[in-house]
Design a protein around this ligand. Structure first.
Ligand code: SF4
Length: 282
């Protein structure tokens, strides 16, 4: 049995797929079903709507026989998770094709084996929505839910999509650790706290791989380089570094039990608002 399986409820009651393909959809909380339904129908960003649909029509040669998802991509994982991955946006031929985060692209090929090794996933591979993948104690979401050209959403598109993130974070009420993949994910969490009036500026919260901060909402924000090809092919992000991130996330999730929101911890000064320093794990 995988190590993390012993610590949690039976996995068949705690995992979900996108709603239109949810074999165990009965366990999906109502708020999440409603949220995902609205998300999938969203057309708020004209540039992204055009791009996601154009990619789905034109397709990449290697996937010409695939039916692309071509819509906003819902979050994926365990609604009772203590760890939340906050990524950037769907990949054009990855999750914009398959309809599930980090599924069917190089980033996912790098990430899911690490999640399996650290006990957050039941299998190392992620090819399509019906591949049997289940996450344990982990939920994956993104700052923007439609694939952006060149992986670069505009500030307006990030703002447009923020209401989905806010509702998701509110609903995922067991989350204790947010793993931000890349600076855009990191900033998306700071901006979420600003919208909630828990943060005024970005203060001394600096994005650096392995940096971790106790945030004013009591959660730990843990920064990681994004597992993009650009980072993994150049050695900027190695598998060892990424494994260490998720080992740290599991450790912080365990340590955070009973930590008061904004309370002091080894990660912050007594104010609980600003980090005295970031910890660097690798
Ligand atoms: S990025 Fe978000 S707000 Fe914009 S169209 Fe997609 S789902 Fe809607």
């Amino acid at each position: 049995m995988h190590p993390r399986q012993t610590a949690h409820a039976p996995e068949d009651s705690r995992n979900r797929n996108p709603p239109s393909h949810a074999p165990n959809g009965a366990s999906t909380p109502h708020w999440l079903t409603v949220l995902d339904r609205e998300l999938i129908a969203c057309t708020r960003c004209p540039r992204l709507v055009e791009y996601r649909e154009q990619i789905a029509r034109v397709k990449r040669r290697a996937y010409r026989n695939c039916e692309y998802w071509g819509k906003p991509v819902p979050g994926f994982g365990d609604p009772d998770a203590r760890v939340l991955i906050l990524g950037l946006a769907p990949g054009a031929h990855g999750s914009n094709r398959t309809g599930r985060p980090f599924t069917g692209d190089a980033s996912g090929k790098f990430m899911y084996p690490v999640l399996y090794e650290t006990g957050f996933a039941n299998q190392p591979n992620a090819t399509d929505r019906n591949d049997g993948l289940k996450l344990k104690d982990l939920y994956i979401t993104a700052a923007v839910r439609c694939a952006p050209p060149a992986n670069k959403p505009t500030p307006q598109e990030l703002a447009n999509c923020s209401s989905f993130l806010d509702r998701e974070i509110a609903g995922l009420n067991k989350v204790r650790v947010v793993v931000a993949l890349g600076k855009i994910g990191f900033d998306a969490y700071l901006n979420y706290l600003k919208r909630k009036k828990m943060l005024q500026g970005r203060g001394s919260y600096l994005f650096k791989h392995g940096a971790h901060y106790r945030m004013p909402d009591g959660k730990v924000l843990l920064a990681s380089y994004h597992p993009s090809n650009q980072n993994t092919q150049t050695g900027k992000l190695t598998r060892k570094m990424f494994v260490e991130i998720f080992k740290q996330a599991a450790k912080f999730a365990d340590e955070s039990i009973g930590a008061p929101p904004g309370g002091s911890s080894h990660l912050t000064p007594k104010s609980g608002v600003r980090p005295a320093k970031s910890g660097v794990t690798s």
